[in-house]
Design a protein around this ligand. Structure first.
Ligand code: PRX
Length: 668
């Protein structure tokens, strides 16, 4: 946006300089025992059973996981269960299998043949159901389309799609032929697509003309076109699904329509025999540098973990209607909308749009309409529902629900209690699941028929997960003291690397504590051994459950010609968990005013995507630095949150900077 255009925008409402903290007003000390009705049907019915299984899983992982893995379909049985030479892990060595075959073929020869695999609702209201048999057919046909367009085993395929069944079809089709998919969330910009395409050297992009979000069309194909401008792209083909029907540019020789391609292929496509360690997907996520990391997951271990957690944590049953509200562009959408539930032969519901479209009760309406029984969402969504008011859900019958889950950020006890009482009617267990893109699946979580829950804690480790809460020297910290969260043993669905960057993989995860995985989170264990996640302790923010690197936003800001320097920090935000505050110094002769602040926000949206929109731009003459030139982020965080400054400021180069910064705000 030009400065002129920015200046014409109506003045935004003045925001308070300091957002209210997301600390709960309520301290909830009650412990919630599993509901006896739930326990009757649960796979794991007691803490004693959980503890026995957990002990075996960490003491004899080969025995435990070898037995669990036999529930999957192997084309060739594995030999050794597990090989570990830090940081390289191999699971189910020598075994061959295919993910799409596990998710589809093995369900279509029995009673599940005509069972709904995906129930879909579009934002404008269309409804579709794909049975396992139909989904199998669509995946086979589309796998043939991929082959027809030159895709081979090991090729990287970008998927940039709205939340429609074809996104799952595209993912599963890649797995059928051994291509590696990389799904990009629809809220990322053309530049973000370009970076990811270049990093993994993708040859093919699967997209749609557009998708619906809050009644508007998101121009996905337009973003792909912009990303592919210039001669240096690795992309040779773009396959376009017609979703919205608006006019789009079609590049002759490069772009093909999904529906036209289907006319040339048949519905037979054998599932490729793939080694258990064959790369399955790359998913980009933010780290503490400006460049997102391509997290690599492989076949056998990932599939087992997503399957096992759906079995034990969601305790999915054949008659469940299961709904995970995450977008397929995030890891939660991968593991818990597509792979885990389909591997279990469950019915997975998918909804395309926003929770408040056309009105604030869309989610409750969907639960009522489809009689959803297991519901998995994010604390940020729960806080928004609370704010919109109880009357929206009271209009609907939610009695079909039997289990609730949360993921993405710590849930404050107040939101937990609201979820428990109003959504779950006081009867549904809540599984607060801690995990990461890197871990592939749940790591710390209640087992719903066994674990007594306390609002705000993810409770205890999942099978095979050996957690430590340690100080900088790796010593376990005493109960109730904060430490760094580490995982001491490899687990089946752990990341296998960062695409193309072995060094960064080693340095990011394995160098703080030799042989242990450092998660980047702080946590404490209470006297009962329950783990309370404090949040990221690296330079990564968690905004509405989405990871965002402060360095990514900083590099987007300094790419604007007016900006000399920037430092980005998080501040507590009532709804989103964290808000993005950017401290900016401008170049000589540039006027730092509201119109520039708006322009910088628009610039960050353009560079990274709407997902990274700053909440506040604060201009300053200088940033607080140590004498050695390091920006003192600790101070900036305190300033952004409106806190009184604590700690040592003696290393600060110029103490006056602090007073100026505390006063400055681009929003004024
Ligand atoms: O800080 C933790 C937070 O989300 C981070 C992982 O983000 P991402 O890789 O995008 O994956 C999100 C979905 C799995 C973690 O390092 N986080 C995730 N789940 C929880 C959580 N924090 C507290 N409680 C959780 N249940």
């Amino acid at each position: 946006m030009s400065k002129k255009a920015a200046a014409k925008k109506p003045a935004a409402k003045k925001k308070p300089a300091v957002a209210s903290k997301n600390k709960s007003l309520l301290v909830e000390n009650r412990v919630f025992k599993p509901n006896p009705e739930f326990v009757k049907q649960a796979r794991i019915k007691s803490m004693a059973q959980y503890k026995t299984m957990w002990e075996e899983s960490v003491k004899h992982p080969d025995k435990f996981f070898g037995r669990e893995a036999k529930e999957l379909l192997w084309q060739k049985p594995f030999g050794k269960v597990h090989e570990w030479k830090c940081p390289n892990s191999k699971w189910f060595v020598g075994g061959k299998l295919n993910v799409s075959e596990n998710c589809l073929d093995r369900h279509i020869h029995g009673a599940r043949k005509t069972k709904a695999a995906i129930i879909w609702e579009g934002e404008p209201g269309e409804k579709r159901v794909l049975t396992y048999q139909q989904l199998h057919r669509e995946v086979c046909r589309f796998a043939n389309v991929l082959k027809r367009n030159g895709t081979k085993k090991g090729d990287r395929v970008i998927i940039y799609m709205p939340m429609i069944p074809e996104a799952a079809v595209a993912m599963l089709a890649c797995t059928r032929i051994g291509a590696i998919h990389s799904v990009i969330f629809g809220g990322f910009s053309a530049e973000s697509i370009k970076d990811r395409v270049n990093d993994c050297q993708a040859e093919i992009i699967i997209t749609a003309d557009g998708g619906y979000r809050r009644g508007a069309i998101v121009g996905l194909k337009k973003n792909v076109d912009d990303a592919l401008k210039g001669k240096d792209t690795s992309v040779k083909k773009v396959i376009v699904f017609k979703r919205t029907g608006q006019d789009i540019h079609i590049e002759e020789g490069r772009d093909v329509w999904w529906h036209r391609e289907l006319e040339y292929v048949d519905a037979k496509c054998p599932a490729a025999q793939l080694d258990s360690e064959t790369p399955l997907f790359i998913l980009y996520t933010s780290g503490s540098t400006g460049k997102p990391k391509g997290i690599l997951h492989t076949t056998g271990g990932y599939l087992l973990h997503s399957y096992m957690t759906c079995k034990y944590v969601f305790d999915l049953r054949d008659d469940d209607v299961y709904w995970c509200t995450a977008d397929v562009g995030w890891v939660t959408g991968h593991s818990y909308m597509v792979y885990g539930p389909l591997a279990m032969g469950a019915t997975s519901l998918m909804y395309e749009g926003a929770p408040n479209w056309p009105e604030n009760d869309r989610f409750w309406r969907i639960i009522d309409d489809y009689k959803v029984s297991v519901f998995y969402t994010a604390p940020t969504a729960i806080r928004a529902f609370m704010k919109w008011g109880d009357h929206w859900l009271k209009k609907h019958d939610l009695s079909s629900l039997r289990l609730l889950g949360t993921v993405g950020e710590p849930i404050n006890p107040e939101a937990w209690m609201w979820y428990h009482n109003l959504v779950g009617g006081g009867k549904c267990p809540i599984v607060d699941t801690w995990w990461q893109t890197e871990t592939g699946g749940h790591m710390i979580t209640p087992i719903p028929g066994a674990t007594p829950t306390k609002p705000g804690t993810a409770t205890l480790p999942f099978f095979g997960v050996d957690v430590g809460i340690v100080d900088d020297l790796g010593h376990e910290v005493p109960a109730n003291e904060q430490g760094k969260l580490v995982i001491k043993k490899p687990w089946p669905s752990m990341l296998r690397g960062i695409w193309g960057d072995k060094k960064r993989y080693q340095e990011t995860y394995w160098s703080d504590f030799k042989g242990w995985y450092f998660a980047g989170d702080g946590a404490r264990r209470d006297k009962d051994g329950y783990i309370w996640i404090i949040g990221r302790i690296d330079d990564v923010l968690n905004v509405a459950g989405h990871r965002l690197g402060t360095a990514e936003v900083e590099s987007a800001l300094v790419s604007h010609p007016a900006v000399a320097e920037s430092a980005v920090v998080g501040r507590p935000d009532e709804l989103k968990g964290q808000g993005v505050v950017c401290f900016v110094t401008v170049k000589e002769g540039i006027k730092a005013d509201r119109s520039l602040a708006d322009e910088l926000k628009a610039h960050v949206r353009k560079v990274i995507g709407p997902v990274a929109t700053p909440d506040e731009i604060r201009f300053a003459a200088a940033l607080p630095k140590t004498r050695s030139g390091k920006i003192m982020r600790r101070l900036l965080k305190q300033i952004a949150s409106g806190e009184t400054l604590k700690g040592d400021t003696t290393t600060l180069e110029d103490i006056n900077v602090i007073a100026a910064l505390s006063a400055a705000s681009g929003e004024d």
